[in-house]
Design a protein around this ligand. Structure first.
Ligand code: FAD
Length: 401
């Protein structure tokens, strides 16, 4: 069992848990939910109030891979989702800036859909509904830690109100600017892309037929993602200045600009949620564990959103760490570095591969770089004709490299 976390003079004694998760975003919340049947006692510390559904449509949309839909199903967070709010992806069409084209469909790839598009808050609220009822979990929300002390036998978090929590393992699931990571020796190498991801939702004049579109343009990468009905969501990764200019447009002007950039493939667009922009960064964290500590989700890696895999990597972190913890005998010290290295080893390859592939694609098609226009457009056309390469790209799109 957890050794005593005795108070120093004048400090209140710490409440003891086996596991403390800092951050209840999609990575942290799915980890907690995946451990609902484990005997571990869990503390979840989240600085923001529990998620709520916005009026209308959420501007933050995710492409969830089939592997992660299965994971969400296993932890009970998929079947109760409002399926009328989820759009299956039937096909993808990718265009270069000189007309190169690559397309693949679920049918060709041998799956029933390439993935699903759904709103971030839809999954977040569903995960939190489960967490509220989870018997082995205590929520500290809204609450933030202000100190983390790592000792050989336990880690202790001190919350802003002075409450102390000790745990055999602390998991940092607190996003790309992770406070937990900053308290430890785990270094992050950050590359700012000088770009932002502009997101907004639109209704379309013509049906999208479940197709996700992506254009590698001189001014960045624009994706149309199908939403239920005649609606789409866009992510336009583009240099800061252009992103700010897009956000400053009137709804009508934005809709026309986005329709034009996509060659009016879906006819006229009408803006239904205003554009917002997020700065884009590549974050490499060479070590994601140390004694009594592990990182999941964006706290452990950040990638360019052109592939739409950020959240998929976070779900897989949660799945793999939870599987390891679930099959661990009670005598095992779950915070021992040697034990945690199994998690780090299991995640290393996929994270590195996704970061490298996405970064290479982004460099090849970098906004404003015309160094390889023929190569990249010819490359798309070639990939479209060569089955193994096309299958590889389809697997990349599915998050199953
Ligand atoms: C424009 C854009 C588009 C994207 N599109 C996609 C996409 O299509 N598909 C995809 O897979 N991914 C996408 N991503 C990436 C995706 O948003 C992230 O990968 C995902 O949200 C990471 O989840 P997380 O739980 O690790 O972190 P977060 O979502 O950042 O959650 C961290 C949580 O920790 C809490 N927290 C932070 N600090 C503290 C603290 N000190 N104490 C307590 N709690 C704390 C926060 O309140 C938050 O709830 C996109 C990202 C951007 C910027």
């Amino acid at each position: 069992m957890l050794p005593s976390a005795g108070p120093s003079a004048g400090q209140p004694s710490a409440r003891r848990f086996d596991l403390a998760i800092v951050g209840g975003g999609l990575a942290g919340a799915s980890l907690a939910a995946a451990l609902s049947t484990s005997p571990l006692s869990i503390a979840l510390v989240e600085s923001a109030p529990p998620p709520v559904r916005p009026e209308g449509w959420d501007a933050r949309i995710y492409a969830v891979s089939p592997a992660n839909a299965a994971f969400l199903g296993k932890i009970g967070a998929w079947e109760h989702l409002a399926h009328a709010r989820i759009a299956p992806i039937a096909a993808m069409r990718v265009f270069g800036d000189l007309g190169g084209e690559l397309g693949f469909s679920a049918f060709e790839t041998g799956v029933s859909e390439l993935g699903w598009i759904l709103e971030s808050s839809l999954i977040a609220c569903e995960l939190w509904e489960g967490i509220k009822r989870q018997a082995n979990l205590t929520r500290f929300c809204p609450a933030s830690p202000e100190a983390l002390e790592i000792r050989p036998e336990a880690a202790t978090l001190t919350l802003t109100g002075g409450e102390r929590l000790s745990a055999r393992l602390v998991v940092g699931a607190d996003g790309r600017d992770s406070w937990v990571r900053a308290q430890t020796g785990l270094k992050a190498v950050t590359t700012c892309y000088g770009e932002k991801g502009v997101v907004a939702n639109f209704t379309t004049e013509q049906p999208h037929r479940g197709i996700a579109w992506q254009w590698f343009r001189e001014d960045g990468v624009l994706a149309y993602l199908p939403l239920p009905g005649e609606r789409i969501s866009i992510v336009w990764s583009t240099p800061d200045e252009h992103a700010d200019a897009l956000c400053a447009l009137s709804p009508a002007a934005l809709a026309e600009r986005v329709a034009q950039a996509g060659g009016h493939v879906l006819g006229r667009l009408t803006t239904i949620t205003p554009a917002t922009a997020f700065p884009l960064r590549l974050i490499r964290v060479p070590e994601i564990v140390q004694h009594r500590l592990a990182l999941v989700g964006d706290a452990g890696h950040g990638i360019h959103p052109l592939s739409g895999h950020g959240v998929n990597l976070g779900f897989q972190d949660a799945r793999i760490l939870a599987e390891l913890l679930l099959k661990t005998p009670a005598w095992q010290d779950i915070g021992a570095e040697r034990f945690l290295m199994r998690y780090a080893r299991a995640r290393k390859e996929e994270i590195l591969l996704m970061q490298r592939t996405t970064d290479a694609l982004r460099r090849l098609f970098r906004a404003g770089t015309l160094a390889f226009p023929l190569l990249r457009n010819a490359g798309l056309a070639l990939a479209n004709r060569v089955s193994p390469l096309k299958n590889l790209l389809a697997r990349y799109a599915l998050g199953a490299l």
